[in-house]
Design a protein around this ligand. Structure first.
Ligand SMILES: [Zn+2]
Length: 385
């Protein structure tokens, strides 16, 4: 560990026995607070994220209607104002410096019970983020009026699980999707891209599942329920487009909403949903189950996460200089395949109705370009908050 090594250097003059006997924290560089935020997670959970410059050493306590996180050897940072989600359980957060300890006091709308170990994550720095202590909790009966559990930095849980991505190649089997003038079928293009994407995501450290890995027909509800069963963190449905105007080109990205953002998006959702008219049974029931499983609050959280992913994905495509269909970065429509508890987006990779784009979509080179942009968008997506 960096901190203890730094400590050792400082005290080279002393005996090693003395080093071992002294508490590790005594040598640690002073930690500083970098960020405070809350969010709402599926399952009606509130998520509190405390970002610090160094690995935090912390303890938790539960005074009435409060959650107090005490960080050892940490300075308050008054430049930081907590970003609070209005739907979360936290009303306000204050910082109190108590000697070398910093107390983060979250004032709660409702009491909570002691947070289980499995709901505490300590995340390593990545990208724009520093160390993050992530606490998930929901309203519940307090176990005691004042409970304390101390967690030393060495026993903190580090997120080591792989994020699960479900990649859905649209259409398949008896449903070819749209067909280009040159005879290119949407179902073949998206399957080829999906397989390449799985390989690259897996080698980038994700656990990727395909809804189909061959030319088989799957109902839209089955695709969504594969994502549910795999407990996916992200769902990506791949498609290619057709437009009455053969001049129309470029990619477009969609998330789920009951109301379409524009007429074109509405028509597109209708066309994509039509795949299920061949065998619609099962979908109505599935949809009902999903609705029951999700409170409006959770639907809101899933929608927000989907929106965040979709926006990042559009950015990633543009950065890769992939031609974009004129219009907003992200559009919305009632796509049946996106109706689940898993955040996700539907990507229309390009237009098979456009002659030059049809040719382009057939090439490995362009498919790899698309895949690389999607991999980047997944890597940049903030799975935790
Ligand atoms: Zn399609």
């Amino acid at each position: 560990m960096k901190l203890s090594r730094r400590g050792l250097l400082k005290i080279t003059g002393f005996s090693i026995v003395a080093v071992a006997a002294l508490p590790r924290v005594a040598f640690a560089a002073r930690n500083s607070l970098r960020g405070l935020r809350t969010g709402v997670q599926p399952g009606n959970k509130t998520r509190l994220v405390i970002e610090t410059a160094n690995r935090p050493s912390y303890s938790l306590s539960y005074p009435t209607n409060q959650l107090v996180v005490t960080l050892s050897n940490t300075s308050a940072n008054n430049n930081i104002s907590a970003k609070l989600a209005s739907d979360a359980l936290v009303n306000s957060i204050t910082q109190t410096q108590n000697g070398d300890k910093l107390q983060i006091v979250a004032n709660l709308k409702k009491p909570i019970s002691e947070i289980e170990k499995s709901s505490i994550l300590l995340l390593e720095p990545n990208g724009d983020n520093d160390y993050r202590l992530v606490l998930d909790f929901k309203a519940g009966t307090p176990n005691a009026t004042y409970t304390t559990s101390t967690v030393a930095p060495t026993t903190a849980i580090t997120a080591s699980r792989k994020y699960i991505i479900v990649v859905d190649a649209g259409h398949g089997g008896k449903d070819p999707g749209c067909i280009g003038k040159g005879g290119t079928r949407e179902k073949d293009i998206v399957l080829s891209v999906a397989k390449k994407l799985k390989n690259k995501l897996d080698s980038a450290g994700f656990k990727t599942y395909l809804t189909r890995s061959d030319d088989t027909y799957l109902k839209l509800a089955e695709r969504a329920s594969i994502a549910e069963k795999r407990k996916a963190d992200l769902f990506i449905s791949l498609h290619a487009n057709a437009n009455p105007s053969r001049k129309m080109k470029g990619f477009s990205i969609y998330t789920l909403s009951e109301k379409a953002s524009d007429e074109e998006a509405r028509k597109l959702a209708e066309a994509e949903n039509a795949a299920d008219k061949i065998g619609v049974e099962g979908f109505t029931q599935f949809e009902e189950n999903i609705r029951m499983a999700l409170s409006s609050l959770q639907q809101h959280a899933v929608a927000e996460m989907s929106e965040e992913y979709a926006n990042g994905c559009a950015k990633s495509f543009k950065r890769a200089s992939i031609e974009q269909q004129p219009g907003p970065d992200v559009r919305h429509a009632p796509f049946a395949v996106l109706r689940s508890t898993i955040p996700g987006a539907l990507l229309e990779l390009g237009h098979l109705s456009n002659q030059s784009e049809e040719k382009l979509l057939r090439t490995d080179k362009h498919q790899n370009k698309l895949v690389d942009a999607i991999v980047k968008s997944v890597k940049n997506y903030n799975f935790e908050v």
